[in-house]
Write a protein that binds this ligand. Structure first.
Ligand code: B3K
Ligand code: ZN
Length: 857
């Protein structure tokens, strides 16, 4: 990328240098005033090594009021984004007083206000908006914090243990906190507000009593119980599975409505998006309950993988995120359904990560060059990162992996380390050579694995030949073969399992032999998605039917259904392109009918199969797409299955919809979507499920089916839902998302109108994501309208957000920059929009990085 002085500079992993000074202790004092908070920061500074460089601290949007060294005023130089102090002292105390404006902070980074309460978000580089400091993860300090605020802010919270509190003059009060564990500044947190508090406690394996507190907006206490139960489950699980205990006397979670992402693992004081805390049966779906359990677990697990051992620099983000996602996935799988959780994880990779890798933001799980770090909290770093950890788990086995974890903590507790340090611990503890495996950290792109097989009837030998290559882009180093754990099950024509094995696939091309097999072997390849690669093998329909009914892995059965469905869609895309009429093989219909009728399939798994592969899943399978033909063919296949299986779906639905468990609800809802699409439309059924629903999963299931089927009752149901829930922001988010998904051209007018709705606010990321983010990411037909109106609508939205909240703007721009597979006309329209953005006078670094990469300027 070319650079001139006006373009934001990038940082490179190769340029890493240890800090020139260390700050082992930091004392912070806050006097909280909405538009003029005073922050006094006293650091014990120590020169690191033998040099005479000045002290240079990071800082943004700060008013410096005074600077002192060892109590004496001192001259400092303020530069853009930095503060410089010339000194020959090797050890000194630096006191800086700054003024900040939390109320005016719409970026929700640093100290800001959410519904009248103060809260912070420092990761990745938000601490520099609180005071001048080394805003980098390898400077670890022990923090003591004093907070002063009016008594109307009942709770004054920070990391660690509360050591003092009391009243002050003029109706103010204070609290002091000390965190005994040295931490990087991105884990600092402060909260001040009047909230409701749910309390509980947890006795650790070694017998320590930990106080647990969940703070929520007033009136929401009854919605905090699931979060608390999830926290206790997570604490017990981490002891059981990883031998890891909590280390402070108190663990606090605060839920806020204004938050840029899901949650944040600040030491001892997690701050959460309300979406991942608040739930009861009436207002939250089964998926919401599951999401809360998983995110509560994720942030809790960070206490060891992230907080106790942190990252040396931000390029190492996957060290904590990939590992912690792996841990939360294992938690969900141990306490819930392993196959269903695995399917969800696979979908994230195939639908989102493969798309990221095929787009302009493609990067290795350990990026090498970054303009805005917040742009790298990606499905690649998080979810592909977790797949890389999972592959190590597959290669080492549970015992070897746990030995590696143990050694990792023995070596690195209290340190800021690299991904290499982690892999080295895994290698040393297990004795498994991971040299080649490390390439997963440095090579971007989705590896392609092509499979051929042959059977020698004379010898009874079945041969599987695997070839791998990773696409190389201009400017990238040559891609080398990866160490791929390739899981295979071989079945006979009747579906009996003959062999089950994980192959060590390390060469560009490798042939594996299996002896003593009967003819007509059916391979179940890359079972459970044993590596994040794209697979190509020419399955016959018969083979897929056998796998769908018999593979011993339930994930493989789902996977076969995806391949079967996808083939039917692509066949029809070809027919459309040849001006032929569409058709569907009866065997495909029968396979899905079999799922609808199956007495032995787990209900949640049946639901997963019947949800049918998304447009994103289908697009992942090709390099160029005729979007109009794809949408048409996909609708045709689903409608054909829905129509042919209508009687069976109705009969099964009638039994299932009254069953009170999450799997049955999911199954019933998937059937309802099919019924709404069938010949009859089943309006009465939709209305009935909606009216009788005593939980959000059922109500939303009916509404979603009405939206998906464009049913006549759709708007009446949406109105009734609004009446019932207009005072409940998280539920209104569901209502906004549903409408953003309506597949009619007038949806754009609807979206414009909804932006004026009293429950909507452009300043709240949850509202923006649910209405506008959903439109761009999920309403494929309308966002990608051939006249470009969808693109222009989103461009205007992104322009507005560029000034107020660049992080959210850079998140929801994703569908606008991933245009590589679209036709020339749509690409052209999107590029025009992106050029407009690039010319914005004050384009944020966040957007600049993505837009300039997309346009290759
Ligand atoms: N570590 C935070 C994410 C911070 C995102 C900064 N833009 C939450 C998590 O992954 O647990
Ligand atoms: Zn995380």
């Amino acid at each position: 990328m070319s650079q001139n002085v006006n373009q934001p500079a990038s940082k490179r992993l190769a340029d890493y240098q240890p800090p020139l000074f260390l700050i082992p202790e930091l004392s912070l004092s806050f006097r909280l005033v909405p538009d003029a908070t005073i922050v006094t920061a006293t650091s014990r500074v120590r020169r690191n090594g033998d040099h005479q460089q000045p002290l240079v601290l990071d800082g943004e949007e700060l008013d410096l009021l005074s600077a002192k060294v060892n109590g004496e005023p001192v001259a400092v130089t303020q530069l853009p984004g930095r503060l410089q102090l010339e000194t020959h002292l090797n050890e000194f105390e630096l006191t800086l007083v700054t003024r900040i404006n939390p109320q005016g902070n719409s970026s929700l980074e640093g100290l800001y206000m959410s519904d009248g309460a103060y809260c912070t978000q420092c990761e990745a580089e938000g601490f520099r908006r609180i005071t001048y400091f080394f805003d980098r993860p390898d400077v670890l300090a022990k923090y003591s914090v004093r907070i002063e605020a009016p008594q109307s802010f009942k709770y004054l919270l920070s990391n660690g243990n509360k050591v003092d509190s009391g009243k002050l003059a003029d109706g103010w009060h204070f609290a002091c906190w000390q965190d005994p564990f040295p931490k990087p500044c991105y884990l600092f947190a402060l909260v001040a507000g009047d909230m409701d508090l749910l309390q509980d406690s947890f006795r650790t394996a070694s017998g320590r009593e930990v106080k647990l507190q969940v703070f929520v907006d007033k009136g929401n206490l009854h919605k905090a119980h699931h979060a608390m139960a999830s926290l206790k489950k997570a604490m017990a699980w981490d002891e059981r599975r990883f031998g890891l205990e909590y280390d402070l006397d108190i663990y606090m979670i605060v839920a806020v409505d204004f938050f840029n992402m899901g949650a944040m693992e600040n030491k001892g004081l997690n701050i959460f998006n309300t979406k991942y805390v608040l739930a009861d049966r009436e207002s939250a779906t089964d998926d919401d309950f599951h999401g809360i359990e998983s995110v509560i677990g994720h942030e809790y697990f960070h206490n060891w993988t992230g907080d106790r051992v942190t990252c040396r620099d931000w390029f190492q983000l996957s060290l904590k995120e990939g590992l912690t996602v792996f841990r939360d996935q294992e938690f969900s799988s141990d306490v819930g359904s392993r196959p269903v959780n695995r399917i969800h994880a696979i979908k994230v990779i195939k639908n989102q990560q493969f798309a990221e890798d095929a787009g302009p933001m493609s990067h290795p799980i350990r990026p090498e060059e970054v303009i805005e770090m917040n742009n790298f909290y990606t499905v690649t770093v998080y979810n592909k990162g977790a797949e890389v950890i999972r592959m190590m788990h597959t290669l080492l086995g549970e015992a070897g992996f746990q030995a590696g974890m143990k050694l990792y903590f023995e070596r690195h507790d209290g340190q800021a380390v690299t991904c290499d340090d982690f892999v080295q611990a895994m290698q040393d503890a297990s004795g498994k050579d991971l040299t080649q495996f490390r390439r997963w950290y440095s090579q971007a792109g989705t590896p392609q694995v092509d499979v051929d097989d042959s059977y020698d009837a004379q010898t009874g030998i079945y041969r599987l030949t695997l070839r791998q290559h990773t696409p190389q882009r201009a400017g990238e180093a040559a891609k080398l073969p990866l160490h791929i754990p390739f899981s295979v099950e071989l079945l006979d024509a009747q579906g009996q399992s003959l062999a089950n094995q994980v192959l060590d696939f390390t060469e560009s091309e490798q042939t594996f032999e299996f002896q003593g097999l009967p003819a007509a072997v059916i391979p179940s390849l890359l079972q459970d998605f044993s590596a994040p690669v794209r697979l190509s093998y020419d399955f016959t329909i018969e083979q897929l039917l056998v796998l769908m009914a018999n593979a011993s892995s339930e994930v493989a059965r789902w996977d076969a259904s995806v391949t079967l469905f996808s083939r039917a869609v692509w066949d029809n895309v070809s027919r459309l392109q040849r001006q032929q009429s569409m058709l569907l093989d009866n065997r495909v219909i029968d396979a899905f009918r079999g799922v609808i009728l199956s007495a032995e399939l787990d209900h949640a798994l049946a639901a997963e199969i019947l949800k049918m592969p998304s447009v994103a899943t289908l697009m992942e399978q090709v390099t160029q797409v005729d979007l109009d033909a794809l949408l048409c063919a996909r609708d045709y296949v689903i409608d054909a299955i829905a129509t042919a299986c209508e009687d069976e779906a109705l009969a099964r639905y009638r039994v299932l919809h009254a069953v009170d468990d999450a799997g049955s609800r999911a199954f019933a809802n998937a059937l309802l979507v099919l019924l709404a699409r069938g010949a009859d439309g089943h309006e009465a059924l939709l209305q009935q499920q909606f009216a009788q629903a005593n939980n959000m999963t059922a109500a939303l299931g009916a509404l979603s089916a009405a939206v998906d089927g464009n049913s006549d009752c759709r708007d009446a149901l949406l109105d009734a839902f609004e009446q019932r829930w207009q005072q409940t922001p998280l539920v209104m988010d569901k209502w906004f998302s549903l409408q953003a998904n309506i597949n009619v051209p007038e949806v754009l007018q609807r979206l414009q109108k909804l932006q004026q709705h009293p429950a909507f606010s452009m300043g709240n990321p949850n509202r923006v994501r649910s209405l506008l983010g959903t439109f761009a990411a999920a309403n494929i037909a309308q966002f990608h309208r051939a006249d470009g109106a969808g693109y222009r609508f989103m461009t205007d939205i992104i322009k507005q957000l560029n000034g107020s909240n660049p992080q959210v703007a850079a998140r929801i721009i994703t569908p606008l920059i991933q245009f590589g597979k679209l036709d020339a006309g749509r690409q052209q329209l999107l590029k025009q929009c992106l050029h407009q953005l690039l010319e914005l006078p004050a384009l944020s670094r966040d957007l600049y990085e993505k837009v300039s990469k997309a346009l290759q300027v």
